[in-house]
Design a protein around this ligand. Sequence first.
Ligand SMILES: Nc1nc2c(ncn2[C@@H]2O[C@H](COP(=O)(O)OP(=O)(O)O)[C@@H](O)[C@H]2O)c(=O)[nH]1
Ligand SMILES: [Mg+2]
Ligand SMILES: [Zn+2]
Length: 289
Amino acid sequence: MLKVQTGQIVEFYSNSCLVLANGKNFKCKIQGRINLVVGDFVEIEPLMGADNFQALVKKRLARSSILYKSRENKKKPIASNISHIGILVTKSPKTGLDFIDKWIAISINASIKPFIVFNKIDSLEENAFSKEKNIYENIGIKAFEISAKFSTHLNYLEEFLTKKTTIFVGNSGSGKSTLASAITGKEILSRDLSNNQGVHTTSVSTLYSTNDMQLIDSPGVRDVSLDHLEPKKIIRGFAEIFNFSKKCEFPNCNHKNDQGCAVMEALRNGEIEESRYNNFIVLSQKKIK
Ligand SMILES: Nc1nc2c(ncn2[C@@H]2O[C@H](COP(=O)(O)OP(=O)(O)O)[C@@H](O)[C@H]2O)c(=O)[nH]1
Ligand SMILES: [Mg+2]
Ligand SMILES: [Zn+2]
């Protein structure tokens, strides 16, 4: 029982966490000052004499990926060891294209693959997302149209998620918890399944494992910024723009003046989507100031 075990953090609080090791959940305190986040693999030492499963986190193992977000210039880790980011997009609450583009840029810069989940199609007319779907499929980003609430088209998404570790991100109310619950079959509190304190909003990220996949349900984000990315990294988050930029005549081209700019030319030819270009310019300009 006292032997060191390896496990994974399924929930992280400010100075304690829940670790799943050998099929059991351990409530853990953290030894020393280890930086930890949900998804981390850790070595834990069960506590002697503790009634039920309590342990001490001794060490963090190497991460295959780490996802950061920033707000007001503070960089904060969200999750580690994830392979995919599912960006939830809804008409209500309305998800802006800038929100999608920011998350794509964050994902690419963290070497994590982004994809899009258009949710709540049950309350919309057919093809309500066709414009958005086109924009993103044209740049090679996979997109699913589903209803999490009524499990519509969930089978395609489930197949895609198999053997992956995915975090769902999206505005509060976009259906992340409902979707995680529909896929895993676990009861996860959403806005409808309230606890006795009233309406439920997810407050910490939680990792759910099934036989086929791992999912992380995260709290809703109202705004997300790219402040933690170096200016020159932002263009890499816009892969199609980055590709054209290699052909610009001047190495320090700002992609705003026509002269010799391959990005502007591609924009005129319709090879770069206007919304993508505009969001790129706005986001990269903020950094320069
Ligand atoms: N009509 C409809 N409502 C949905 C769907 N998915 C989620 N909702 C509702 O949207 C609200 C927010 O869902 P929740 O999962 O808590 O969103 P979260 O904040 O992203 O975790 C709840 O009232 C859900 O029932 C859907 O596919 N269709
Ligand atoms: Mg939630
Ligand atoms: Zn240019």
